[in-house]
Design a protein around this ligand. Sequence first.
Ligand SMILES: Cc1ncc(C[n+]2csc(CCOP(=O)(O)OP(=O)(O)O)c2C)c(N)n1
Length: 614
Amino acid sequence: MEKIIDKINEPNDLKSLTYPQLDALAAELREEVLSVVAKNGGHLSSNLGVVELTIALCRSLDLPKDKLIWDVGHQSYVYKMLTGRREELRRLRREGGACGFCAPWESEYDFTVSGHSSASLSTAIGAVMANEITGEKGRVCAVIGDGALTGGLAIEAIDHMGHLDRPVLIVLNDNEMSITKNVGGISRMLSKARSGMGYRRFKDKVEAELKKLPGVYSATRFVKEHIKYAITTAGAMFESLGVTYLGPVNGHNIRSMEEMFKRALTMHEPVLVHVVTQKGRGYTYAEKAPEKYHGVGPFDLNTGVKENLEKTYSAVFGETMCALAAEEPKLAVITPSMTLGSGLSGFARKYKNRFFDVGIAEGHAVTFGAGLAAGGAIPVISVYSSFLQRAYDNVIHDLAIGNLHAVLAIDRAGLIPGDGATHQGVFDVAFLSAIPNVAVLAPSCLDELRKMLVYAVKEHKGPIAVRYPRGGEERSFDNGDFVLGRAKVVRSGMDLTIAAYGSMVSRAMDCAEALEAKGIAAEVIDLRSVKPIDTATVVKSISKTGKLVFMEEVVRCGGIGEQLVANLKLRSRNVKVKLISLPDAFIPHATMSELEADYGFTTRSLLRSMEDIL
Ligand SMILES: Cc1ncc(C[n+]2csc(CCOP(=O)(O)OP(=O)(O)O)c2C)c(N)n1
């Protein structure tokens, strides 16, 4: 039987459907989101929550002339299906399939790249002003979640929007959740607005009554605003910044949302419509535990059961933090809204007073950590590699110049499957190793991570980063005690030196074993400490072998390989060197095996890369 969705080729096709047909379409869209995510993994709960919202927006706007900007973009699967990308979505997160976030190269319906939180409002007001400058027509709408609204960038944009006072529609998609339960004052304010049922009707009534009053004051914004404050503080923050607040409205009632959007789009000012949605809606398992199905790997649709994950670096990080907190009363852990993914749920429960979920606010997380450190606590700032990019100056200005003792626990370092260019953890080594005072460590196995965290918390003085990959270990190494700036020869050989750090040490061992079968004895060095780097151990090895292969799963520009080679050249060593790293390019979404094949990180392609120096 033909489905309604089969007839939708572009968003304007939705405009001729009746409300019962739209409800049926919503059910079809949910079913398709579920089957795609169960197969490929991805962001489930957020997409299930915005089905009706997406339909209502596509009907209210004139796309693609109007611009619809999704914050983070992780909730754009339904939008992708309604904007001609249903087929691509079936290969979501795989090479050649749809990107899991917004991607302008994929469709004219995606205005800018997304993936990192809290950027939509700045982009939206930029788009409005660009229209004014270029003479283009079209309205601009941004959809931002209550979680993303905790990011400072979003608040800066609202501040600026109020100042510019141009028409822009902000849809606040409030489901009370970031990945886990949302936190902070903004979240509290929104919850007051949600519970103030009838607020909108009350506000409308008061405004209507005001208009009836005689005298000049009745129509002024001043009086209206002050009476609104007297009624409730809900929305007051937005209104005081110059953004009109409408809502809350039920985010699963298409007709009600359309009425509200219509009204907002006729107002010649920045307007925020507060839409209340349920994360995970329509899939019982996700409704009950939306955080567990926020970002998932493939799972069984009928049972909700996910892949049994091996022991991960994140889990070991969380366990080690618990163990260290028991011994060290000054230790405190900070997360910018990534409790679950960073393995910190246990710590959050056990050490409530020393655990800080600061919202999606990486910059603040680092500077808050600097404040803790300056005050005598020992902060561990847990952050994903790509999100730390948001806090670069905070690391330099607030931590490094003052040489404060704080630990950056950098998860998801290296190549990341599925998420694409915005989430690859491939820049941190380059940008951190450029900062004076900052030490950078990379464990080659889970036990190394434990040792490095203990060293970083208990012994080191100054800012120190420990970077580790997604997932679990490939091999384990018995490297003995950790000493800063001291590498470890994990395999001896006379013919070739392979130096690596982090997860690449396992690959180096795979290569060494394969070479042994060909009669070549490779020495493998685990650098352990990426900065300071133990050049002496590398030099000692290459004076024996005469050949160096250096492997790292980060961008070549500014990587350790380049630094090491420059260093060796300065020492005028006559040595054959091969650097294996990632190119000066953004790495798109693909599965891990696709990425490894494409970028030459399978054992076979690593060996092929070494051929010319062997
Ligand atoms: C800068 C940055 N930090 C962290 C994340 C990880 N992240 C992805 S979605 C999300 C929660 C977003 O919550 P919200 O905006 O309320 O959207 P919802 O998923 O609840 O619809 C987080 C923390 C990110 N994408 N970008």
